[in-house]
Design a protein around this ligand. Structure first.
Ligand code: ZN
Ligand code: ZN
Length: 257
């Protein structure tokens, strides 16, 4: 059975934030329960492994797991916290003598190319709007509202009757955007805050209170919240739907059964 590993579970700025001395950031600097690298997941099965999103903590995430190779990547959207590690990956591809395979929705690829024009020397960028198959996973992707930050994409992955969805950056999703989430075995959802006070028009990611309403609608068997800011303290117990777990960096889940 394949396994899912949370390489990072933080929001765009990670935890701790350098300027911040809040209780969560201070704890993240010491015992470190709340230390959160930028959000990314690793999928392993057989002798294969691949990753969704490659933020600025990517190299450290690979080193922490002792991984020396990454040939395949899926990208949800071209924000720094999801693509900031691409130049380092391209360098790995260069010195390892293989071309990386980067799958992303077609509209995302030119944004990556503008940001890092030299990546094409070492990485193939392959549009995946019509879906793809990776190591036995049937994968589809669709565009989701990312609030004031524009749009991101979610991925739904199915293998041997098990279906899970990865959607780290989204908010206020409508019926078209949630239709592929219904009845998933696992929904991995970004929730930056427990309850974010800021005006909705200024926000870009679900909070946990809104996420509970989404879960009520799409009814995943299990849900894991990720992409969490320093608002979330893993030492606290929050009032959450019973199928929810808060992701911890390094946490592993079986993708099946
Ligand atoms: Zn993000
Ligand atoms: Zn803080």
């Amino acid at each position: 059975m394949d396994t899912l590993t949370f390489l990072g579970t933080g929001d765009a700025m990670g935890v701790p934030r350098m300027y911040c001395e809040c209780a969560v950031c201070m704890e993240a600097r010491t015992s470190g329960t709340n230390n959160r690298l930028r959000s990314s997941v690793l999928i392993e099965g057989g002798n294969e492994h691949w990753v969704i999103d490659c933020g600025p903590d990517w190299r450290r995430q690979m080193e922490l797991l002792g991984l020396r190779e990454m040939r395949t990547l899926l990208v949800t959207h071209p924000h720094f916290d999801h693509i900031g590690g691409l130049p380092e990956w391209a360098d790995v591809c260069r010195w390892s003598g293989y071309r990386g395979q980067l799958y992303a929705p077609a509209e995302v690829i030119p944004v990556i190319q503008r940001q890092y024009p030299w990546l094409g020397g070492h990485i193939d960028m392959i549009p995946c709007d019509d879906g793809l198959t990776l190591n036995g996973w049937d994968i589809i992707t669709w565009r989701v509202n990312h609030g004031k930050n524009g749009y991101s994409y979610a991925y739904r992955l199915s293998k041997n009757g098990y279906t899970w969805v990865y959607c780290p950056d989204s908010i206020s999703l409508g019926p078209e955007e949630t239709k592929h989430m219904h009845g998933a075995d696992l929904l991995v959802l970004g929730t930056s805050f427990y309850h974010e006070e800021a005006e909705l028009s200024t926000r870009s990611v679900y909070d946990m209170k809104e996420a509970a309403e989404l879960l009520e609608l799409v009814k995943p068997k299990q849900a894991v919240y990720t992409h969490m800011s320093h608002d979330v303290d893993l030492r606290k117990s929050y009032s959450l739907p019973q199928q929810v777990t808060l992701a911890v960096t390094g946490m592993k889940l079986p993708l099946g059964g």
